[in-house]
Design a protein around this ligand. Structure first.
Ligand SMILES: CC(C)(COP(=O)(O)OP(=O)(O)OC[C@H]1O[C@@H](n2cnc3c(N)ncnc32)[C@H](O)[C@@H]1OP(=O)(O)O)[C@@H](O)C(=O)NCCC(=O)NCCS
Length: 169
């Protein structure tokens, strides 16, 4: 049987409870509904959901920040921060994660971001591979970044985004 295609679209406030649920299922970092809405207001176009048969199966949310570049010494830049991204387990390995990251970066670019960065658990091999494949570099390891004491890689890619030669998008 042919699988229904997925659709990426901007987050709407009435998606909030679905996004909170995807976050709860997929990640140990869970946030209040207020926090999701604050991130949404920071850059609405870079808060994207993936929908399959009218159900939200994934999301990405990003914040626009201004501060020192992670890769260009002493330069102040506008940066896009990927705060959270997740895809429900049954819908993984179909390209949804990659396409959401790529679409969010395009939105961040349009808002003048020169870099995009994120933190990821050093033990999260799937996500680290996704970001590396997309061209993110590891800037440094942040010890005890997470509440449970786990370390994070800080990863960064320059914008405008151009995917590595062997990538689809
Ligand atoms: C990380 C996550 C968002 C990836 O979503 P996804 O829709 O499965 O990602 P994609 O299908 O677009 O995969 C893109 C690439 O990531 C890598 N990847 C993703 N899952 C992988 C896995 N289980 N094993 C190895 N590589 C993997 C591969 O390079 C893959 O490309 P390929 O399928 O062409 O080999 C998803 O695994 C997830 O929600 N994990 C739990 C939440 C999480 O860890 N979020 C990130 C926090 S920083």
């Amino acid at each position: 049987m042919l699988e229904a295609p997925y659709l990426l679209r901007p987050f709407r406030p009435d998606d909030l409870s679905s996004v909170v649920e995807v976050n709860r299922v997929c990640l140990p970092e869970n946030y209040s509904p207020y926090f999701f809405m604050e991130v949404f207001k920071s850059c609405p176009e870079a808060f994207i959901v993936a929908e399959r048969e009218n159900h939200v199966v994934g999301y990405i949310m990003c914040r626009l920040e201004f501060g020192f570049s992670d890769v260009r010494r002493f330069r102040m830049v506008r940066k896009g921060h990927i705060v959270s991204v997740a895809v429900l387990p049954d819908y993984r390995r179909q390209g949804i994660g990659r396409e959401m990251v790529s679409s969010a970066m395009k939105a961040l670019e349009l808002h003048g971001a020169e870099e995009c960065f994120l933190e990821v658990r050093t033990a999260n091999d799937e996500a680290v591979k996704l970001y590396k494949d997309m061209g993110f570099d590891t800037v440094r390891t942040v010890a005890h970044y997470y509440h449970d004491g786990a370390d994070a890689f800080l990863m960064n890619v320059r914008l405008p985004y151009s995917p590595p030669a062997n990538q689809h998008s």
